[in-house]
Design a protein around this ligand. Structure first.
Ligand SMILES: NC(=O)c1ccc[n+]([C@@H]2O[C@H](COP(=O)([O-])OP(=O)(O)OC[C@H]3O[C@@H](n4cnc5c(N)ncnc54)[C@H](OP(=O)(O)O)[C@@H]3O)[C@@H](O)[C@H]2O)c1
Length: 238
């Protein structure tokens, strides 16, 4: 099956056809839609080319999805630059200790055997997505200066999460991250990992892109959640 992905960067939309192994850039030049083949050949996969030399900032790297993402980037993109992983202290384990433990994860078994040097590209960014400015120090923010791709995978996936905490972790944190990304001079792509459990107000969810939720009801949900304090999704149905 042909796999395709689109990524929007400062140069326009890029379109990858992995069956043809080609990368195209789509731009509007003087009112005309122009599709240019950028790079790639059957012997030269395009995704590693895209990531060559790029520094990447990842939230949620210790999570189920994040670990796999980190492994895939390191394993399939040998020339990728360093990966900055946002990590908090958890259960008295500091980010440095957690990084050491992460590198020992089973998901990296093959990488540790085949290209152990790739794991040296992992860098810690101490922070917490629920804190103002993600809790990043000025030094950490400066270290992100050369990041050009950001993956946001940090989230709470507890379906019975207290509402205010869910809003803090899954909504306000995204806004904080976007504020930080606005300051990144080399940003080319921002990718948000989301969930299947969206558009909960619809009884039927189709496999298509829906327009974004209007900002006003979202703002009201946030305010209600903040006012309500301890409230779980189950309480909201009462
Ligand atoms: N799992 C799936 O099958 C699946 C499928 C499709 C989409 N998704 C979506 O992908 C995203 C990640 O899901 P997941 O299954 O990987 O979740 P997960 O295993 O629970 O991982 C959540 C990640 O977020 C981090 N995080 C949470 N709160 C944080 C905070 N305050 N500060 C810093 N980091 C924090 C966690 O770090 P700690 O280790 O410090 O807790 C962890 O790395 C979610 O949006 C989910 O809806 C998941």
């Amino acid at each position: 099956m042909t796999k395709k992905w689109f990524v929007h960067n400062l140069l326009g939309w890029e379109f990858c056809n992995s069956q043809l192994n080609k990368l195209y850039r789509i731009r509007v030049i003087e009112g005309c839609l122009v599709i240019m083949e950028v790079q790639g050949s059957p012997d030269q996969p395009v995704i590693p080319l895209f990531f060559r030399g790029r520094e990447v900032f990842i939230t949620g790297a210790t999570g189920f999805m994040g670990k796999v993402l980190v492994e895939r980037l390191l394993a399939t993109c040998p020339d990728i630059g360093c990966l900055h992983l946002l990590m908090r202290t958890k259960k008295d384990l500091t980010p440095d200790t957690r990084l050491r433990e992460l590198k020992q994860s089973q998901v990296f078994d093959v990488l540790r055997r085949t290209s152990p040097g790739q794991l040296d590209k992992l860098r810690i960014v101490s922070g917490d997505i629920t804190k103002p400015k993600l809790g990043l120090s000025d030094r950490s923010r400066a270290e992100l200066e050369n990041v050009s791709v950001v993956f946001n995978s940090a989230a709470t996936v507890k379906l019975e999460e207290e509402l205010s905490s869910a809003v803090e972790t899954n909504v306000l944190s995204v806004m904080r991250l976007l504020d930080i990304c606005d300051q990144l001079p080399n940003l080319a792509a921002w990718l948000h990992m989301s969930t299947a459990y969206c558009h909960a107000e619809r009884s039927r969810v189709e496999e298509r892109v829906y327009p974004p939720a209007p900002a006003r009801p979202l703002q009201r949900i946030i305010e209600d959640a903040q006012r309500a304090g301890h409230m779980t999704p189950r309480d909201t149905k009462k």
